[in-house]
Design a binder for this molecule. Structure first.
Ligand code: WQD
Length: 344
């Protein structure tokens, strides 16, 4: 079974590559490296001892995608490639609509041409919008509140219409909550371009001394300590959820949505406190204004994935942050330099 992973060199994609290879799948990676590094794939090969073809491919250029399908006999696709910064999407919405929608449309068209009809799509809990009814189930009304989230919502609708048009399609839509952590080897992890937008990589860079202090976006939410609550999920748990979803997609038909979360929520202050314990460092922080668009509480009801995919996230917040810290300490410059030695 040969699986194409679009965006496979990215943070989540590289972890999915490892899990697929270790599950016995053959893989092909297509990535334009706009927000990832080829070094990540070298390290996937180092972790797994397995080789796989890599295409420098811009999915918005259909001919580049057709080359991959013409050279590789693909059985299914895991589609992760896309721009994903919420804040940036507000300032350059056309770039997000162009990139995220055209790439998905091109992929579906080329898959159809080559009669490849099994697709796992990377969506996001952001499609639930400002819904404060956590735990969030897949049946809730969808209401994206930013261009990035709308590209995910639109892509979901495109895929549902595609499957409704021809029952040969089998599609799983996976709504990620907050992926954090890194592979236990310390070889692959999150390597944000520039200033991290997300909490955990930001804390990690403060702990290593790259950034001065954590800015906590508001402590006046209606939560136990006033700070925002989120469902942090270990990226390896998330990757294993993709393997389960792929196996179901290959075996079934139809279109199915699944929340990939733990069902537990932690506040910003709880994450900072846990990180201090893990890194054995004081993490300086200050309370600032709320960030526009943030909601107070978001965490998953993961029951549907547990039942239908026989998948359940197992790693604790402590493990997530220990693995984050190991990656940070061993790769202070991310993928910029080849890894030397790993200190556990
Ligand atoms: C988590 C909490 C912030 C940074 C985003 C996207 C979502 C998905 C995951 C793509 C919140 C607080 C954060 C900081 C802070 N990405 N925070 N200081 O916003 O839940 O989700 O990433 O699919 O689409 O929206 O994650 O890590 O940015 O924020 O206080 O410097 O940490 O207010 O409560 P978020 P986050």
């Amino acid at each position: 079974m040969k699986i194409l992973i679009t965006g496979g060199a990215g943070y989540i994609g590289s972890h999915i590559c490892v899990e697929l290879l270790q599950e016995g799948f053959e893989i092909v990676v297509a990535d334009n490296f706009s927000n990832s590094h080829p070094e990540a794939l070298d390290r996937v090969q180092k972790i797994t001892g397995k080789y796989f073809p890599v295409y420098n491919c811009d999915l918005t250029i259909k001919s580049e995608l057709e080359l991959v399908f013409s050279e590789q006999s693909i059985n299914a696709v895991i589609h992760l490639a896309g721009l994903k910064a919420v804040g940036e999407s507000v300032t350059v919405p056309l770039k997000y609509y162009q990139n995220n929608l055209i790439s998905t449309l091109n992929l579906c068209e080329v898959m159809n041409t080559y009669n490849v009809c099994s697709l796992v799509f990377s969506s996001s809990a952001t499609v639930y919008g400002a819904n404060e009814n956590a735990p969030l189930t897949e049946e809730l009304p969808l209401q994206a509140t930013n261009p990035y989230g709308r590209t995910k919502l639109m892509a979901e609708e495109i895929l549902k219409d595609l499957q409704a048009s021809n029952e040969k399609w089998s599609i799983s839509i996976l709504r990620y909550f907050n992926p954090v952590g890194a592979h236990s080897s310390g070889l692959i992890g999150e390597d944000p371009n520039g200033m991290p937008n997300n909490l955990v990589p930001y804390i990690s860079q403060v702990a290593i001394g790259k950034l001065q202090e954590v800015k906590i976006f508001g402590n006046d939410y209606h939560t136990h300590d006033g700070t925002g609550i989120r469902d942090y999920i270990h990226v390896v748990d998330l990757a294993q959820g993709h393997v389960k979803a792929l196996q179901k997609t290959l075996a079934a038909h139809g279109v199915h949505c699944y929340n990939l979360g733990t069902g537990n929520g932690f506040s910003v202050l709880e994450v900072v406190s846990q990180f201090q314990e893990v890194a054995k460092k004081q993490i300086p922080f200050s309370i600032t204004e709320r960030r526009k668009g943030d909601i107070a509480v978001s965490f998953a009801d993961p029951a549907k994935a547990e039942i239908e995919l026989k998948w359940k996230a197992s790693k604790s917040l402590k493990e997530m942050l220990e693995d984050t810290w190991r990656w940070q300490v061993n790769n202070p410059q991310g993928y910029k330099y080849p890894v030397k030695t790993i200190h556990s």
